[in-house]
Ligand binder design. Structure first.
Ligand code: GLC
Length: 441
């Protein structure tokens, strides 16, 4: 017994003497992250290439309609667009009872689509929280009849499927009484930061914190930097988007602190954002949050081409779904995601873990690459059934279609313009057929 006590005391002393050093070296490490450290922190996300954005909240109850009127603009902004007073908007929380919500089913839809991570709106601009926040009553447990922690259930489902869960969090808050210029630091320190701590501590291994609403006058680059540092200190491998800082929608705009990656919204930068990590976020129709009357869906072909286009420019694709107030991902979204998943099942090798095109954008489609491999994503089948890759010094090994299980080799010849491949008359995939060119690296 005595000995045990002694060992314990010694152990405690050792631990105590290490603690401050550890904390300090942690700080130092954070300040001076090397390129290798940064690369290894971000690698899973770069390799993933394709994620699901989920905009879900009590705005799915009005679903774009207020007092019988169809409100213009994106659905999750209805409180602002229709100028709905707080007490009236709060009533939607009382009606938010998504009894058909099934976290496993949602995660399955994402996994079947070939998505590797999910970013869900833990709290959007309207301030309503999808988790059981101990420092807020304006949440799914205290303010709605549903009384199930949506984020907990999603975290468990993601863990089972090996999908990385990430949280969107709006800095701006239209509901909290202190989220204004007079009381901002109170809101920030006593509400927002404690909430972020809850999100990082109670929901498993969160991959990304995805901020938004940074353009408000109360926020600043300094606060963004301080918040970034604090969050990385809490969770050193966390990835944080550029909107943690102020007014930077896209890394092409302005300069200053910009988190870990750029977030071009509803667009794909023409030549990517060279030297910078980025993720295009996009809707499948015209809204993020569900709107009952938005049926303006992008086609499956368009979405697959967008995914390829983004990968060919070295970016990620964060594609949105806006579930209904019952808790269902709309059928047109599910259908499109399934089509993307079918394409990726065959051609995923040419998307995941690839890097940007080594030769820009050809007329007929896009390129991606991996060490020893160039992928040709053919959108428009060439009339003469040949394609020429503009390389002169490539030590070619072989070429075949990714869809061809037996890897039948394509004929080729070396020309003054580069490597010419002879293709069959008809495209094996009318949306995008992928040819792999293997070469000596
Ligand atoms: C905009 C909108 C917001 C949406 C976000 C997604 O910033 O304000 O409603 O969540 O874009 O990128």
């Amino acid at each position: 017994m005595k000995n045990k006590m002694k060992i314990l005391t010694i152990l405690t002393l050792i631990l105590c003497s290490f603690y401050p050093i550890k904390a300090k070296s942690g700080e130092k490490k954070q300040a001076k992250e090397t390129m290798e450290e940064r690369n290894s922190r971000i690698q899973w996300w770069r390799d993933a290439r394709f994620g699901m954005f989920i905009h879900w909240g009590i705005y799915s109850v009005p679903a774009g309609v207020y007092k019988g009127e169809q409100i213009e603009g994106i659905g999750e902004w209805i409180m602002d667009r229709a100028k709905i007073p707080i007490p009236e908007y709060e009533k939607y929380a009382g009606q938010f009872n998504p009894v058909k919500f099934d976290a496993d089913a949602w995660v399955q839809i994402a996994a079947d689509a070939g998505m590797k991570y999910i970013v869900i709106t833990s709290k959007h601009h309207d301030g309503f929280c999808l988790w059981d926040s101990k420092i807020s009553d304006y949440d799914i447990i205290d303010f709605s009849p549903f009384k199930r922690d949506i984020l907990k259930e999603l975290a468990a489902a993601c863990e089972k499927k090996g999908i990385r869960l990430c949280f969107y969090y709006s800095t701006m808050d239209w509901h909290h009484p202190h989220a204004n210029s007079e009381n901002w630091s109170k809101y920030r320190d006593e509400y927002m930061i404690p909430q972020l701590k809850e999100l990082l501590s109670g929901y498993g291994d969160i991959g990304v914190l995805w901020f938004d609403g940074d353009w408000i006058p109360e926020w600043s680059e300094e606060q963004g930097k301080a918040l970034y540092a604090m969050l990385r200190q809490m969770k050193p491998d966390l990835i944080i988007n550029n909107r943690v800082s102020q007014g930077r929608k896209d890394m092409n705009e302005g300069d200053g602190f910009a988190g870990d990656f750029g977030t071009p919204e509803q667009k794909i930068p023409a030549t990517g954002l060279p030297g910078i990590d980025w993720e295009s976020c996009m809707t499948m129709n015209k809204t993020w949050g569900f709107k009952s009357f938005d049926h303006d869906w992008k086609s499956e072909k368009d979405l697959i081409h967008k995914l390829i286009d983004i990968a060919s420019k070295g970016g990620n694709f964060l594609l949105n779904v806006g579930p209904t107030s019952e808790g269902l991902i709309p059928e047109p979204s599910v259908k499109r995601l399934a089509a993307m998943g079918r394409w990726l099942k065959i051609n995923g090798e040419a998307i995941y873990g690839t890097s940007a095109s080594p030769f820009g954008k050809p007329e007929w489609g896009r390129y991606t690459k991996k060490p020893g491999k160039i992928y040709l994503h053919v959108f428009d089948w060439p009339n003469n059934a040949t394609l020429t890759i503009p390389v002169s010094d490539l030590q070619f090994r072989k070429a075949y279609f990714l869809s061809d299980k037996s890897k039948n080799e394509l004929k080729w010849e070396s020309t003054t313009e580069g490597l010419r491949l002879f293709l069959p008359e008809k495209a094996p995939d009318p949306i995008a057929a992928v040819v792999v060119v293997e070469h000596v690296d």
